[in-house]
Design a binder for this molecule. Structure first.
Ligand SMILES: Cc1cc2nc3c(=O)[nH]c(=O)nc-3n(C[C@H](O)[C@H](O)[C@H](O)COP(=O)(O)OP(=O)(O)OC[C@H]3O[C@@H](n4cnc5c(N)ncnc54)[C@H](O)[C@@H]3O)c2cc1C
Length: 249
């Protein structure tokens, strides 16, 4: 299992002394991400004892003579160097978007964000079995969202651009390793979204005429159409949206 290899390889993680070992899991199978939460929290706590940490949200980074001034919500910090590891944000489509594929969504429907749609407990508080929900996208997150909604007895319209694609396991490598569906998502898609459709699910190519008709019946949407770099930070002298995708600089 990849998690264990990574946890063992970094000496600083001190994983051998971690009370949350993962050796009960099948080393050759996939597992839920939740399995790694406790070991990672323990490792993070150990690392935090070894360095000076400040927990805050960075808002603005400005260059000064000795390096960087970091303006946070509660603190103002100075640092010689910075490493940005502030993740990605979900892509959102505004109802007024002029993109061809999305302009077919003529009426502005309330949309659920991915954080809610991927969390069955939060989702249960937000939707009902009366809802007809249009889910845009067909990769991993969209499949899990479709599953969560169908589990709550909602009707779902899944609008896709590309057919479902599955990771294919070979002896020493995986075809479509990064782009193909795996584990629970692959299993669910094969069973309920591919050759045989769940009775409350309709799937439709996004740019077809049928999509427009189907969308007119929906009352909510979820856009599971990927992520983009997090642009929430202002960095003096740096256009954060413009970087080399290979070097990140
Ligand atoms: C549904 C789903 C399933 C996934 N499944 C898998 C999987 O099975 N296997 C896998 O390898 N990957 C999976 N991924 C992808 C994986 O989660 C990401 O690749 C990974 O989390 C990226 O790590 P990161 O540290 O770059 O960013 P993040 O994990 O997003 O961390 C960024 C952190 O920066 C913080 N932050 C942001 N802005 C600021 C700021 N201004 N100041 C201070 N802090 C800030 C955020 O709060 C966050 O804690 C999945 C993703 C999703 C959405």
């Amino acid at each position: 299992m990849l998690f264990e290899k990574i946890l063992q390889v970094a000496v600083a993680f001190n994983y051998k002394n971690c009370p949350y070992q993962l050796d009960h899991l099948d080393g050759h199978a996939t597992c839920l991400l939740s399995e790694v939460v406790k070991p990672l929290q323990w490792i993070t706590e150990q690392l935090m004892k070894q360095v000076i940490i400040v927990r805050d949200v960075a808002i603005e980074l400005n260059r000064n003579k000795s390096g960087w001034e970091i303006i946070c919500r509660d603190y103002k910090l100075v640092s010689k160097n910075i490493i940005l590891a502030h993740g990605a944000e979900e892509n959102i489509i505004s109802p007024t978007s002029t993109s061809t594929s999305i302009s077919i969504s003529s009426k502005a429907l309330p949309s659920l964000n991915m954080t809610t749609a991927l969390n069955p407990e939060l989702l249960a508080k937000t939707v009902s079995s009366e809802d007809i929900i249009a889910v845009y996208g067909a990769p991993h997150s969209a499949v899990l969202i479709v599953k969560n909604l169908l589990d709550l007895d909602c009707s779902v319209i899944n609008l896709y651009r590309h057919p479902l694609k599955y990771a294919i396991y070979q002896q020493d490598h995986i075809i479509y390793d990064n782009t193909g569906l795996k584990a629970l998502a692959a299993q669910y898609a094969k069973q309920h979204m591919d050759t045989q459709l769940h009775p409350k699910l309709t799937r439709c190519y996004l740019e077809s005429d049928q999509a427009k008709n189907l969308l007119s019946t929906a009352n909510k949407t979820v856009y599971a159409i990927g992520f983009h770099a997090n642009y929430s930070l202002t960095i003096e002298g740096v256009d954060i949206k413009n970087y080399d995708v290979h070097t990140g600089i």
